[in-house]
Design a protein around this ligand. Structure first.
Ligand code: PEP
Length: 248
């Protein structure tokens, strides 16, 4: 039995003050939730303030990116030690926006995952196909290529996968529960064939998840949670997603 994980990805949203306002409202809304793990990934600048407020709560903190070197002349980059010292226990790696706008390849993603894991950070690895790839029936080929490249020479320890079809991110177009389940089942099948521990690994769905779509997605046997962008920016809507995920 895999415990659901609901993760917020705030992307480039919220100042420190807005982060504090969100967290102060959100904590009481989910304080009694025990059957769902909750993760929030604010921008780097808000991590430290968020960590202070999240201490002794049932909510963990993650970053949205990391660099693959431990330190040095890499202007603007953020190392694993910096994330750990800011209070993070997790990091999102390989989000499609990083791949699309910042040229992250599977090879770079793989290097980032290795450095994160070496330093004890849990990883949420994002993979997903474009609309063109789906229409050309290449979805599973793309997912397998991303898995093989991103997880090259890695075990599954400390890894969560987020299946995020690019056509569903920020578009208001959620994959149907059947599409999500089918993709997750394929991901797990590939992992089972190629790695140990695929049965216990969590596979999250991401792409325009809302409080209204959560229950149907979570009813699917292969959907173990969600990575939520837009609907995680308001405390009440994110809290609703968390509670709806727990009812399954
Ligand atoms: C995301 O940022 O990972 C995401 C899925 O965004 P949204 O929920 O806004 O589609």
């Amino acid at each position: 039995m895999r415990k659901p994980l609901i993760s917020a990805n705030w992307k480039m949203n919220k100042t420190i003050m807005e982060t504090e306002e969100f967290i102060n409202s959100f904590i009481p809304m989910v304080k009694d939730v025990k059957d769902v793990d909750i993760l929030i990934a604010p921008p780097f600048t808000s991590l430290s303030a968020a960590a202070g407020l999240l201490k002794q709560t049932n909510i963990t903190l993650g970053a949205q990116n990391i660099f693959y070197e431990e330190k040095g002349a890499f202007t603007g980059e953020v190392s694993p030690a910096m994330l750990l010292s800011a209070g993070c226990s997790s990091v999102i790696i390989g989000h499609s926006e990083r791949r699309q706008y910042f040229g992250e390849t599977d090879e770079i993603v793989n290097k980032k995952i290795k450095t994160a894991r070496k330093n004890g950070l849990e990883v949420v690895l994002c993979i997903g196909e474009s609309l063109k790839e789906r229409e050309e029936n290449k979805t599973f080929e793309v997912l397998e290529r991303q898995l093989a490249g991103s997880l090259k020479d890695m075990t599954l320890e400390g890894i969560t996968i987020a299946y995020e079809p690019i056509w569903a991110i920020g578009t208001g177009k959620t994959a149907t529960k059947e599409q999500a389940n089918e993709a997750h089942a394929n991901i797990r099948a590939w992992l089972k064939k190629n790695r140990e521990g695929a049965d216990t690994l969590r596979i999250l769905y991401g792409g325009s998840v809302t409080p209204e779509t959560t229950a149907a997605l979570m009813s699917q046997p292969e959907v173990d949670g969600a990575l939520v962008g837009g609907a995680s920016l308001k405390p009440d809507s994110f809290a609703q997603i968390v509670t709806n995920a727990g009812k399954q």
